[in-house]
Structures are given as C-alpha cells and as structure tokens.
Design a protein around this ligand. Sequence first.
Ligand SMILES: NC(=O)c1ccc[n+]([C@@H]2O[C@H](COP(=O)([O-])OP(=O)(O)OC[C@H]3O[C@@H](n4cnc5c(N)ncnc54)[C@H](O)[C@@H]3O)[C@@H](O)[C@H]2O)c1
Length: 256
Amino acid sequence: MVGLDLAGRTVVVTGAGQGQGAAEARLLVDAGARVIATDLGPEPPPGLGAVFSGGPLTYRQLDVTDGPGWAKLAEWIRSQGWQVDGLVNNAGITQRSRLLDASVADLQRVYEVNVAGSLLGIQALAPLMRSGASIVNVGSVAGLTAHYPVAYTASKWALRGLSQVAAMELGPRGIRVNTVHPGFIETPMTQGAKPEFRQATLAETPLGRTGSVEEVAGVVLFLLSPLSSFVTGAEIPVDGGQAGHGGAKSVSDALR
Ligand SMILES: NC(=O)c1ccc[n+]([C@@H]2O[C@H](COP(=O)([O-])OP(=O)(O)OC[C@H]3O[C@@H](n4cnc5c(N)ncnc54)[C@H](O)[C@@H]3O)[C@@H](O)[C@H]2O)c1
C-alpha cells in the first residue's frame, strides 16, 4: 500500500541543526528514511537529538552557499553507494531591513543563501536522483505576499521561480519539485520577533495561532512520500490561512 513510509530512501535536509530543519530530519527518520542532516557547524547540533553515525541519521557540515561543499557531499553520498531520493532545501536566513534602507549587500546575502543555496543543492544532487525522487523547497508566506522585509521577501519570490523551473525541467526524469510556504512558525528564527509583529500576524491568521515545526515537517513528509506522486510544481502554504484571504480578513473582522 502506498503510504508515508520512506524506508529505503535517502533524504538530505539542509539547515537541519535547529527549527524546522531539525523537526523535518527527526520526522523523516521516524518515517523510516536514511537522513543526511546538514548545517553550518562542524558538530551535530543538540537540536537534532540523538545522532546515530552510520545509522538512520548522519550529520554533515554544509554551508549551502558553498558549491565545492555540495560537490563534496554528493561525492561522499556516491562513495557510500547511495542514491538521493529526497532533498529538503530548508536552510534560510532572514533580513529585516525595509524598502528605503535595504542595501544591495542585504539583498545579495539573502539571495545567496535562500535562492543560490537551493539552486546549488538541486544541481549537486539531481544527478544522484532517479525517477520517484522528490525535492521540497522551503519558501515563506513572504513569497506569497508583500511582507515588509524587502530582501527576504524578494528572495522567497525568487525561490518560487526556481522551484517552478526545476519542476518543469526535472519532471521528465520523474523527479518532483514542490514548495511549502510556512507562516509564523515558532523557531529560533522567530524567537526574537517583536510583540507587535506577533500580534499583527495573529490578527491576519484565520486559525488564530502560530504554527509548530512539526506542522511544517508533516507537509514536507507528505511531499517526499509516494502519497504525493502526481504532485509537482505545487505550492502549499502552511500558515493557518494567513496568505489565502489576500487581505480580506481585516475587512471581515471589521464588519463582525
Ligand atoms: N520560522 C518561520 O516563521 C518561517 C516562516 C516562513 C519561512 N521560514 C523558512 O523556513 C526555513 C527554516 O527556518 P527556521 O525558522 O527553522 O529558521 P532557523 O533560523 O531556526 O533555522 C535555520 C537553519 O538554517 C541554517 N543555515 C543558515 N544559513 C545557512 C547556510 N548558509 N548553510 C547551511 N545552513 C544554514 C542555520 O544554521 C539554522 O540551523 C527557512 O528557509 C526560513 O526562511 C521560516
């Protein structure tokens, strides 16, 4: 029976040291996958929990902006005799400058991680994928809206374009490419969010709460699994309904 079981599959997760990436790595191990969790540090971060070297979860140091680093990872996977069945381009950074203050350097830095990092991952690992493999790019509600931090928002809109091209180009090889768009998720990235930001976001969120890392991981697992075998080029908001109403919520609330 087709299900969420990923036994026998190898999945690479970037930015897996904490937050959503760590939750994705843990859930994928639970689903039976062999997970290669990657992040910036040389050692497995505590957020990953128990790491079984050579077991279902292996940690590798990888800066997603580092092309030779990706090549080294691909070479190592090849040397183990593995193929790649899944890639989660989760690593991302935020940048909070606003329209009239954002510098070109701000824009370049977020693009380098959020867009180029995902491109490099696809380029390095697609050659190790065969039909049935699945790539999940982690976008953001920022990529569906006019979220105010301009460099971050522009990078996530750009990532959508990259995802769609990849879905088109890799589809004939049976490789699927989809995007999840998290809303406000409780992670180290959002820990320092101003109370005003939190309040205003909740007011725009029909479910009236923030999301958990497990709630994003569940959708990522679905997109990596054979249950979504005819889904490619899709974008799934995991945002409590924040993006779907297109600004109509405040009007609706005002008329209650
Ligand atoms: N938390 C949210 O509310 C939210 C909302 C929308 C989208 N997102 C996106 O979800 C993804 C995960 O975010 P999170 O909230 O878990 O963030 P986080 O900051 O908690 O974790 C991000 C991880 O990425 C790693 N990372 C950063 N730069 C890297 C690089 N160059 N190479 C490799 N790893 C790198 C960090 O070390 C960290 O472990 C990001 O792409 C983010 O943009 C988050």
